[in-house]
Design a protein around this ligand. Sequence first.
Ligand code: ADP
Ligand code: MG
Length: 662
Amino acid sequence: MAGDLLKIPGVGHATAAKLQRLGISTIADLLRHRPRRYLDRSAVSPAAHVKDGQWATVIGVVERAESRTSRRSGLRVLEAVLRDESGRIGLVWFYRGKRGWGPTRPPVSAGQRIVASGTVKWTPYGPTIQTPEWEPLPQSANASHPLSPVPVYPLTQGITQSQLRRWIHWALDHGDVADPLPERIRRRHGLLSLKEAYESLHRPKVLADAEAGRRRLAFDELFAWQLEMARAAQERRLTPAFVCPAEVLPPPAFAAKLPFSLTGAQERALARCSAMLEEPWATAALLQGDVGSGKSVVAAYMAARAVLAGHQAALLAPTRLLAEQHQRNFQRLLAPWHIDVALLVSELPAARRRELAERLAAGEPMVVIGTHALLSPDIRLDGCAVGIIDEQHRFGVSERESFARKGKAHLLAMSATPIPRTLALTLYGDLEVIALDEKPPGRQPVDTRWIHPKDRARVYAFVKREVGRGRQAYVVFPRVYGDDEQDQAAVTQAEELARTWLSGLCVGLVHGQMPPEQQEKVMRAFVEGEIDVLVATTVIEVGIDVPNASVMVVEGAERFGLAQLHQLRGRVGRGEHPAYCLLLADPQSDAAKRRIDALRKTDDGFAIAEMDLMLRGPGEMTGLAQAGPLEFKAAVFPQDLDLLQAARDEARRLVEGERATR
Ligand code: ADP
Ligand code: MG
């Protein structure tokens, strides 16, 4: 119930507004707010025995707490000394004093008994923990009693960890939790009740509790997904679609008029798509393949079949730039059959739009390619026999289905972020999953190198040289704005680079927090060659074909998932020039190092997706989630494959039951 947050002691309207920024508007949302991680305090170290670089938890009394400003760096340093029976350890917080924000006194005060955790750093003054996680301890708590893990939550400005913990505890004690999952399903898979799950998640006694809580929430998430998939599949089986007989355009006849010969994978894909189009009900397939694997050809085949059978085909793309690119590509591929390929975007002048809408409504056989504008109610596509969705994860399931339902269409959903076959089959069990796992010949591999950040100057000298030869380059940063010391942020670095190493070049900037029209404007300028170097965040993942771009520089490469890095690399090497992917990384963890090595060894998106599942270090997010096609919050793979299967079976059972009683 909205507004019920105000029942929590200490939460007023102002706080409720802040919580909203975290997506929390009800007590139920508060309970669903999952910790980002936990502080494991099962082992407490004596202050005298901590080692450099170690993650440690220390219990003690704050001896002093003070602040000073470093004259050299302008940093404000807040310091405290924590003492236990064995010795002392420093606690340090830094703030950029120059900007004049942040507290002026340490958050702890002398005499306070606290537990502090963090990574130990050795300094000339002895061991310290920088920016420790800490909480006050009652005088009675003693170190021989194991300390429970402490949840660490995603925060927003003006809300602290301890406040959030306090409110969540209140919600656990006072909120009632209705469990939507039938008990028999829970029992069958050994899952906690929802109330137990929240308790375990927010107040675990040991880390295993938190994991059990997470699994329950993961099941809910996977079950909801599988239900949606199963219902959509059921619906499709009952929905008629236009038959587009193979005689109008057998795959070999199509292939014969292409400017190249098909890969084996493309031939197999065409055969399966051909079979789908002979069905009288609404079939659907997921076409997976790396950027450049030739998905458009498969889509163009389906579109041609629809039109030659006297129907329409529509392709939905996430941006206007992509839609235009598809239009050019389809016009080229479908030229031998004189098929009309129209473009429908929201920028179209009203008169042109009306004219196109009328032709479509009249059922004129043609291909229409467009953006969200295609979904608008005034666009009728009754004659649509084939619906194609590019970058399908950019659209919701309901958008996908309503798109296909505009006509009597078979659906082809395309994705350039392959997921491993085993996972794909379970996840999308009711879809045809078609893989283009073979690259067209003649493509040169991208020279992928791993470069230490101390050699950054060389990297940018190289970029400058490539631009001098007429090429273009991307530089990708892990974040939009910076808030840490090694400022790996696109916004500040774009300026910095333009002023220093890349001076004299035209440097553009695009990131996900810019309005979409602005993003598109910058991308267009890059496509048209007005911008030499495009500084970006991962928004360019779902991007655009710029054959002239020959260098991809990834700053802070250790912060990206494997699949993501692979995606980024796919942006270059699309033209005739040799291409380079330069990964600037100082990998702290072994997992990060293995990821980068893997990338250097293979160029196959499917192999990389498999490795991405396996190569995650503890606590690292799955690259799949980062890359977009599967935005699960609680579920992680491969650990939860069993849950996924369970969720699928239960969802099918439920949907079949619904049909039986209908
Ligand atoms: P995707 O959509 O999977 O990223 P495209 O379908 O756009 O890939 O294909 C990338 C490029 O490769 C296009 O220029 C296309 O014409 C070309 N191409 C596709 N299939 C083949 C093939 N079998 N042989 C040679 N070139 C191909
Ligand atoms: Mg494509």
